[in-house]
Design a protein around this ligand. Structure first.
Ligand code: NAI
Length: 652
C-alpha cells in the first residue's frame, strides 16, 4: 500500500481487512471537493482495488462534518465551458469509480454532508450516519444557481425515487438523519458511539437493501415523466421564475427527457451544470453565498461567551426575539410591565415558532424550556446580553437604560432594538454611553436573517461591537455593522422605494400593477403589500424622520389613508383588503402603461438610496451594503445586490 504521506488531503489505512479512507482537506476548516482531492481519492481507489480487503469506509477527519460540497470558488467568474466541464467530469468519474469498486463501500457521516459530499456518499453502497440534529444532508446546488453535477441527479433518484429526490434537489433543503432515514436516503442512523461498529458490521454482513416501491418504475415511464414534470414545473413556478432561476427548470427538463434509469442523464447533467454555472444567476448566487459567509465570519472575531439573554418588552419584536434566542439554546428571561400581555405574547411567539418548526423538535423544546417570564426583571443581573424592545419612545427607553446600567454585569452587552431613535440620544442619560449598542432585528424575526448592529461613531466601544457581532452569529443571524443614522440602513433604503410606489398610486397606476413590477424584478413582495404589512402609520412615521433628516418627499396619499383609519394589514385595509392576516385577492386591473418604466422608477429609488448610504459611510463597503439589502429585504438575490446590479437597469 502507498505510504499514507504521499497524499495531502486523505489518509488511507487498512484495519481488519477493511480499508478506511479519511478525508481531511489541507488548510481548510471544512472538507471541500477540489480537483486535488478528486485525484487523490481516485488514486486511493486504484490502490484499494489492488488490496485484498472486504470493503471501504469513507469518512471525515474533520470534526464538523463529512464533506461540505464542491469548492464553490471553482465556479466563480467562470466563462469557459470546457473548464467547468473538466471539473464536473472529474467529479462524475470519481463517483463512478467508487460505485464500480468490486468491494462493499460505505460512507460514514457525521455533521454536514452536502452537495458533492452527498453525491460521493450516494456513490457508495451504504450511507450510515449518527443520529444528531447537527448532522445535515442536502443537495443545495440549486441555491447557487446550478444542480448536482457529480451524478447526484441520477443516483439520488435511483436511491429514493423521483418523488423524494426531486423536492430535495429543487428546494436544496437540509435533512436531519431521522428525515433522511425515513425516505431511505441513508441506510442506518445510530448514536455516535455505535457509528464505527455499525459501519464495520454493515461491510461484513452486507445487509440486503429494501428495493424502491414498484411505483417508481412506473414513474420513470416517459409518458408519466411528462405529467410529473409538468406538475413540478408548476410547483416551482410559484416560487421562482424561469428567467430568474433557470436551474430547477433545467433539472426537471433533464429528467423528463432522459429519466434516471438511463445513463444518458449523466452526460446531460454535466452539460447542464456547465451551462448553468456561467449564467449571471449562478454567478450572483455564488456572490451572495460568499457575502453570507463574510457576514458570518464577522461574528467569529470575538469569543464572547453567551449563556443568558434578557429581553425587556414582550411585544411583537421582544416576544419573537426572546423565543428566537431560546430556540437557539440560550437561557432567556423576558420582562414586560404588563404581566398579562407578557404571557400572551410569549405564548404567541412560541406557538408561532411551533407552527413553523414543527418538524424541528429540538428547537421547540429549547423554546419552551429556555424561556422564562420575569416581570420583575431579575434576569438583568445575570444576563450576558440585555435587549430593550419596548415601544418607540425616547424617554421610556432612557428610563430603562438608567436602571439596566445600574444592575447589569460590567461585561454584559446593553442593547436597544429601536428602529428610529439615534443611539446617542438614548445613551445620553447613561453613566457610560459607550456601553449602548443597537441590535436591530427585522420583523418577522424567524424569517429575516439580518441583524443590524448599530453604533454611534466615536461613542460605542469597539470591543462591544465585536461582541455584539459575535452575539449575532451565536444566535444564527447575520450581523452587519451600521452607523447610527435615521432609519439605519435597511429602513432608509426601503422607504424611498415604498414611497415611490405610493406616488405611483397617486398618479393612478393600479396597486396590483405596481407590486407586479417589483415582483417581476425579483423582489419577494411588492412595495405596497410591504407597506401594508409594516403598517401605513409606521411607514409615515419613519418617512417623516427621513423627510426631516435625509430630504425624501412624502406623498399625500399616505396621510389620507391613515386619516381614514386604513393602516394596512392590522386594520384590515390599506392598499389591499386583509382578512385574518391574509391579503384578499384582487382582480388584476387592466392597465396599458409602460410596466418597465414603473419597474425602473421603483428600483432606481432603491439603488440611488443604497448609493447614498454607501457614500455616507453607513456601512464600510459596497459588498456589505449589498449583503445587508439582500438579507434585510430579500432583494432579488439572483441580481447580486442593488449596487452590484445597477448596470442591469436603465436609469431614466
Ligand atoms: P409593541 O408595542 O408590540 O411592544 C412593546 C412592549 O413593551 C409591550 O408589550 C409593552 O407592554 C412593553 N413595555 C412598554 N413599556 C415598558 C417598560 N417600561 N418596561 C417593560 N415593558 C414595557 O412594540 P414592537 O413593535 O415590539 O416594537 C418594540 C421596539 O422594536 C420598538 O423600539 C420598535 O421601534 C422596534 N422595532 C419594531 C419593529 C416592528 O416591525 N414592529 C421592527 C424592528 C424594530
Amino acid at each position: 500500500m502507498n505510504n499514507q504521506n504521499s497524499y495531502e488531503n486523505i489518509i488511507l489505512r487498512v484495519e481488519n481487512d477493511i480499508a478506511w479512507l479519511t478525508i481531511d482537506v489541507k488548510d481548510e476548516t471544512a472538507n471541500v471537493i477540489t480537483p486535488d482531492l478528486i485525484s487523490e481519492i481516485s488514486s486511493a481507489c486504484d490502490e484499494i482495488k489492488a488490496l485484498d480487503v472486504k470493503g471501504l469506509i469513507i469518512h471525515s477527519g474533520k470534526s464538523n462534518g463529512f464533506i461540505a460540497g464542491a469548492d464553490v470558488k471553482k465556479f466563480q467568474g467562470i466563462t469557459d465551458k470546457t473548464i467547468a466541464l473538466k471539473f464536473i467530469h472529474a467529479g462524475q468519474a470519481l463517483c463512478q469509480k467508487i460505485e464500480d469498486l468490486p468491494i462493499t463501500t460505505l460512507a460514514m457521516v457525521q455533521g454536514y454532508c452536502m452537495g458533492g459530499g452527498l453525491e460521493v456518499a450516494l456513490a457508495c453502497d451504504y450511507i450510515v450516519t449518527d443520529n444528531k440534529a447537527s448532522t445535515k444532508l442536502s443537495l443545495p446546488e440549486v441555491k447557487l444557481g446550478i444542480h448536482p453535477g457529480f451524478g447526484g441527479t441520477v443516483r439520488s433518484i435511483r436511491k429514493i425515487g423521483v418523488l423524494n429526490a426531486m423536492p430535495l434537489m429543487l428546494t436544496g433543503r437540509n435533512l436531519i438523519p431521522l428525515q433522511a432515514s425515513k425516505i431511505g436516503l441513508i441506510d442506518y442512523c445510530v448514536p455516535s458511539r455505535q457509528l464505527a461498529t455499525t459501519a464495520i458490521q454493515t461491510i461484513i454482513r452486507k445487509p440486503q437493501k429494501k428495493p424502491l416501491p414498484k411505483l417508481n418504475f412506473l414513474l420513470e415511464m416517459s409518458i408519466v415523466r411528462k405529467i410529473i414534470a409538468n406538475k413540478m414545473r408548476k410547483q416551482v413556478s410559484k416560487h421562482a421564475k424561469q428567467e430568474h432561476y433557470p436551474a430547477p427548470y433545467a433539472l426537471i427538463n433533464m429528467w423528463e427527457m432522459h429519466g434516471s434509469k438511463n445513463n444518458e442523464m449523466y452526460s446531460a447533467e454535466a452539460n447542464s451544470v456547465a451551462d448553468l454555472a456561467m449564467t449571471d444567476t449562478a454567478q450572483n448566487l455564488v456572490r451572495v453565498f460568499f457575502l453570507q459567509n463574510r457576514l458570518k465570519a464577522l461574528g467569529e472575531k470575538s469569543k464572547f461567551a453567551l449563556k443568558h439573554v434578557h429581553v425587556i418588552g414582550g411585544g411583537v419584536m421582544g416576544g419573537d426575539i426572546a423565543a428566537w434566542c431560546a430556540m437557539q439554546g440560550f437561557n432567556v428571561t423576558i420582562q414586560d410591565m404588563n404581566n398579562e400581555a407578557l404571557s400572551r405574547v410569549v405564548g404567541r411567539a412560541t406557538k408561532g415558532f411551533k407552527r413553523r418548526y414543527r418538524k424541528d423538535k429540538i428547537k421547540i423544546m429549547n423554546a419552551e424550556d429556555n424561556l422564562v417570564t420575569d416581570i420583575n426583571g431579575y434576569g438583568i443581573r445575570k444576563a450576558d446580553v440585555i435587549i430593550e424592545a419596548i415601544y418607540e419612545n425616547l424617554e421610556a427607553k432612557q428610563n430603562i437604560f438608567i436602571e439596566v446600567e445600574k444592575k447589569a454585569k460590567p461585561d454584559a452587552i446593553i442593547a436597544t432594538n429601536t428602529s428610529s431613535i439615534p443611539l446617542d440620544e438614548i445613551s445620553k442619560v447613561m453613566q457610560n454611553p459607550e456601553r449602548l449598542v443597537g441590535l436591530h432585528f427585522f420583523n418577522p424575526v424567524f424569517k429575516m436573517p439580518l441583524l443590524e448592529i448599530i453604533h454611534s461613531p466615536n461613542i460605542t466601544s469597539r470591543e462591544l461591537l465585536k461582541q455584539a457581532q459575535s452575539f449575532g452569529s451565536q444566535i444564527n443571524k447575520l450581523p452587519l455593522m451600521v452607523k447610527s443614522s435615521p432609519g439605519f440602513l435597511i429602513n432608509r433604503i426601503l422607504m424611498p422605494y415604498i414611497l415611490e410606489a405610493v406616488t405611483l398610486v397617486q398618479e393612478g397606476v393600479p396597486v396590483s400593477v405596481i407590486d407586479k413590477a417589483a415582483l417581476d424584478y425579483g423582489m419577494p413582495m411588492g412595495p405596497l403589500e410591504l407597506a401594508d404589512t409594516v403598517g401605513l402609520d409606521i411607514c409615515l412615521s419613519v418617512g417623516k424622520i427621513l423627510e426631516d433628516k435625509v430630504g425624501i418627499t412624502l406623498p399625500s396619499t399616505l396621510d389620507k389613508e391613515i386619516e381614514l383609519g386604513h393602516l394596512g394589514k392590522k386594520s384590515g385595509k390599506g392598499f389591499y383588503l386583509w382578512k385574518n392576516n391574509q391579503k384578499i385577492k384582487i382582480n388584476n386591473s387592466s392597465w396599458n402603461g409602460d410596466l418597465e418604466n414603473i419597474q425602473n422608477r421603483l428600483i432606481e429609488k432603491l439603488i440611488l438610496e443604497s448609493q447614498k448610504c454607501l457614500d455616507e459611510g453607513l456601512v464600510s463597503d459596497a459588498d456589505l451594503l449589498d449583503a445587508g439589502v439582500i438579507f434585510g429585504t430579500g432583494f432579488a438575490p439572483f441580481r447580486g445586490g442593488p449596487l452590484h446590479s445597477q448596470l442591469d437597469i436603465s436609469i431614466r
